[in-house]
Design a protein around this ligand. Structure first.
Ligand SMILES: NC(=O)c1ccc[n+]([C@@H]2O[C@H](COP(=O)([O-])OP(=O)(O)OC[C@H]3O[C@@H](n4cnc5c(N)ncnc54)[C@H](O)[C@@H]3O)[C@@H](O)[C@H]2O)c1
Length: 296
């Protein structure tokens, strides 16, 4: 089993930046890749802030934090991933876009490199089919936010080798994570159960059963969850939730997975959740705008 010394992370959004942070803190050299240079600036800032919070809480030493920031390099050029031992993709949740990227990575990455996807729901077997190395393709599904959440769901495609599985499992454990292993079926374990619950919460709001606050409070206090399902949907991103429920609907062929029209409408309106300042709820500057327009 290969010792991982260098990792590439593609996508510097909420997930990719957190995954890059985990690898950097674990003492591994990281290239973080994003097409958008602004996303790379935001990622570097959020990693720096997050690492400092871990130091101030006494969870990592100052020396580990300083080295972690030295381990991290940002680029918009995929060719910089030529020497990476493991490449973890965390770009937009679209099968076509991911397959195109994996086919490019197959050309760029060294022959021994493992190609992992942080997809929430897309078939690893189909992503792997875009490469000439399906035995070295695997799902590595981190939870949001990756530096905090303990779980990594490892998803084996039809051809994923034991060696690939063991390398990725060892790396996830080095990141301080607990792993569960899922077969490659739509939604894997966590989202197969979580996303229909979020979709049902949208139906509950859509059909006027209760207000968004009562739905969230009901589920928080009634089922002992740290966040209500609508609040959680805003945190995950409504676009991400919608694409996962669509994958479940198509992949499992059951009408119980049909997306709630209200979720579809919010995504159409660009109400994507916390990352846009507005989703089911409003946040930050958007919250001020809503307050002032309601005073007019
Ligand atoms: N948000 C969550 O809670 C969550 C949880 C687990 C898994 N995921 C999965 O992780 C992936 C990323 O989700 P996210 O929430 O971080 O998205 P995000 O929108 O925050 O970030 C995606 C980033 O990818 C970049 N990008 C898009 N196409 C690219 C390309 N071809 N090359 C390089 N960069 C590119 C974008 O510029 C953006 O910065 C998705 O597959 C999603 O399903 C999300």
């Amino acid at each position: 089993m290969a010792d991982v010394k260098s990792v590439g992370v593609i996508g510097g959004g909420q997930m990719g930046s957190g995954i890059a942070q985990l690898a950097a803190v674990a003492g591994i050299g990281v290239w973080l890749v994003d097409l958008d240079s602004e996303a790379l600036k935001r990622a570097t800032q959020s990693i720096t802030n997050s690492v400092q919070r871990f130091v101030s809480k006494g969870q990592i030493s100052r020396e580990v934090a300083t080295n972690a920031l030295k381990n991290l390099k940002c680029t918009s050029n995929l060719e910089d991933l030529q020497s990476a031992d493991v490449i973890i993709e965390a770009i937009v949740e679209s099968e076509d876009v991911k397959k195109k990227l994996f086919s490019e990575l197959d050309r760029i990455a060294k022959p021994s490199a493992i190609l992992a996807s942080n997809t929430s729901s897309i078939s690893i077997t189909r992503i792997a089919s875009a490469t000439s190395r399906p035995c070295q393709v695997i799902g590595m599904h981190f939870m949001n936010p990756p530096p905090i959440m303990k779980l990594v769901e490892i998803v084996r495609g039809a051809d994923t080798s034991n060696e690939t599985f063991m390398t990725v499992k060892t790396m996830a454990e080095r990141f301080g994570k607990i792993i569960v292993c899922s077969q490659d079926y739509p939604g894997f374990i966590v989202n197969r159960i979580l996303i229909p619950m979020i979709n049902e919460a949208f139906f509950t709001l859509y059909t006027g059963v209760a207000t968004r606050e009562d739905i969230d409070t009901g589920m928080k206090l009634g089922t002992n969850q740290p966040m209500g399902p609508l609040e959680l949907a805003d945190f995950i991103g409504l676009d991400v939730c919608l694409s996962i429920i669509k994958v479940l609907h198509v992949g499992l062929g059951d009408s119980k997975y049909r997306p709630c029209p209200l979720l579809v409408q919010y995504v159409d309106a660009g109400r994507l959740g916390r990352k846009r300042g507005i989703g089911v709820y409003t946040y930050g500057k958007q919250q001020e705008l809503v307050k002032s327009s309601s005073r007019l």
